[in-house]
Structure formats: C-alpha cells, structure tokens
Design a protein around this ligand. Structure first.
Ligand code: ADP
Ligand code: MG
Length: 137
C-alpha cells in the first residue's frame, strides 16, 4: 500500500466541487486516510512549493494557493502516487485527457484544481508537511 498527498486547490473549493473530486478518488480505489480543509498562509504556500522558487510562475502560484481555502488529503491505495497523477491529468487542463479531474474541473494551468505528489519520496515529505502520524488512519 502506498500513500500520496492530494490538495484540492482554491479554484475547486470556490466552485464547490470538493465532493465530486473526492468521489473520483474513492471510486477509483484511493482511500481517504487523512483530510482537512485549511487556509494556507503565504509562508505555508512558499514553503510547500519551494522546489519551484526559481520558476517564473512561483509568485503567482503562491498568491493563487492562498486565495481561498484548500482541502489537503492523504490518499492510500495500490500505486497511489501514479494512480492519483493519472486521475488528475496533465498540468495544463487544455492538454489533460477527457475524464480526468483537470479536464473536467479546471480552467487553465494557473488554476488547475488539484495537486498530487509526483514521487513516493516527495509524497512522504508532503504528507509530513501537513499531517502528524495520529491524523493518518
Ligand atoms: P503539477 O501540479 O502537475 O505537478 P508542477 O509541479 O510542474 O505541476 O507545477 C506546480 C504547479 O505550478 C502547477 O500545478 C500549476 O498550477 C503551476 N504551474 C506549472 N507550470 C506552470 C506554467 N508554465 N505557468 C503557470 N503555472 C504553472
Ligand atoms: Mg508537481
């Protein structure tokens, strides 16, 4: 069993599609092992996305991530990291395959509905960023 971190981003929480997105995970065998809705601070968002700090889109990304609450989750299941990335679709919703979360709920590359860890190692770090051991069950 693998665990990965998922975030339902501000565009999706504002559109009130939290339930519809969670349904994609559960329907496809990813169990919600932890979940909370939070308002990220600027320093939270900067730290979480620090890998991208040299990229031209970093400041806009941080601003976007604090523009409304987010839902952070630990998803658990077989091949959870890859399965979540497959369910999410491409980073740019315009390139995302039909039936993926980003194709169905996102407008553009800046506001693309969901985050998902891209490797098992990053998943461990990202889960630790948001959750303590006893919150995951
Ligand atoms: P992903 O979320 O698919 O793992 P990345 O890790 O490459 O994508 O980027 C993190 C987030 O930064 C993306 O989800 C997206 O919101 C934003 N982003 C990435 N590339 C761009 C870009 N070229 N222009 C604007 N925003 C971008
Ligand atoms: Mg990424």
């Amino acid at each position: 069993m693998e665990q990965t971190l998922s975030i339902i981003k501000p565009d999706a929480t504002k559109k009130m599609v939290i339930g519809k997105i969670i349904d994609r995970f559960e329907t496809n065998g990813l169990r919600i092992a932890a979940i909370k809705k939070i308002q990220l601070s600027e320093s939270d968002a900067k730290a979480f996305y620090s890998v991208h700090k040299e990229r031209p889109f970093y400041n806009d990304l941080v601003k976007f991530m604090i523009s409304a609450p987010v839902v952070v989750m630990v998803l658990e299941g077989q091949d959870a990291v890859k399965k979540n990335r497959d369910l999410m679709g491409a980073t740019n919703p315009k390139e995302a395959q039909k039936g993926t979360i980003r194709a169905d709920f996102a407008e553009n590359i800046d506001a693309n509905a969901v985050h998902g860890s891209d490797s098992l190692e990053n998943a461990k770090n990202e889960i630790g960023f948001f959750f303590s051991k006893k919150e995951i069950c």
